[in-house]
Design a protein around this ligand. Sequence first.
Ligand code: ZN
Ligand code: ZN
Length: 355
Amino acid sequence: MPEIKKRIERYRRQALADGIPAAVIQIPDNRGYLSGFEGSAGTVLITQEDAFLLVDFRYVEQAREQAPALEVIQHHPEITITLKKLLKELRISCLGWEKSFVTLEQEDKWRSSLDGVTLVPMPDLVAELRMVKDDREIDCIRKAAAIADQAFEQIRPMIRAGQKEKDAAIEMEYLMRRLGADGVSFETIIASGPRSAMPHARASDREMENGDLVIIDFGAVYQKYCSDCTRTLAIGVMDSKQKEIYQIVQEAQEESMKAIQPGVRASLVDEVARSIITKRGYGQYFGHSLGHGVGRSIHEEPTLSLRDETLLEPGMVVTVEPGIYIPNWGGVRLEELVLVTGSGGEVLTRSSRFF
Ligand code: ZN
Ligand code: ZN
């Protein structure tokens, strides 16, 4: 697993550079990213020289198979006993850990068990590494997006008057699994008519009706990597207001996607979409940020929001998803998954937009 070794090396350079000789990584997606091990429990320990994966009895075989780049250790039912011994052997007395993940309970326990070891809360530095995807990761995201596109084409006949949102959503998820997905990135959203004014509505028992706008937001997981795509379809012919809103969202999306370039600030891409929607008088109805990073997690860094100063780099994968949601009327959201390349952005989602 040459990419795992590279990731560990990058982690050492970035995270262990501030005089912290070793760190534990437990956030599941971070643990999987740095080791290749996809079990549901385990602790990665990275030092300047070594990389260990501590797992309990249930996972020893799986860990050896999936994480050959790390030394796998079966820990005592009480992990601190094994960790204490290991740190002593390695002569390490200062240990970083992920402050966004450690609970107060774990902190109490570790502070009392690991006497003589200084515990240093660290920001989530693996999240930063994960922003830029390697080729294998990009291939997985591409594949996840292609599976979801295929499922969407098959589900479209179900987006019609008389059909329940929930039944179409269940079918969509089933199709994604049948077409090769390992799972879904999130519960499929199908929100029709006035319900489309809720950006994160769950599919309900509502029957779709003629004249509805229907927001369908879906994603597949392929080998741990997610995709994310939204389409808004109309049942029957769009009226003039529906057309107007749809076109504004479409323009905001197209223009902001054009702004995606390496070296461009994430916040600027949001700004491009937001200014178009605001100029047309609907700024107050676009209440969420323009997009988010996608990878092992469905929401990861960077975010395309006014607050994110990250400079885009080739290998980042972000969504571009402007929306306008008008209470008691409905909403429109269009979402594409975009890979930042050396010269711009490549759209990975291909689901068609019209009947
Ligand atoms: Zn989405
Ligand atoms: Zn999204």
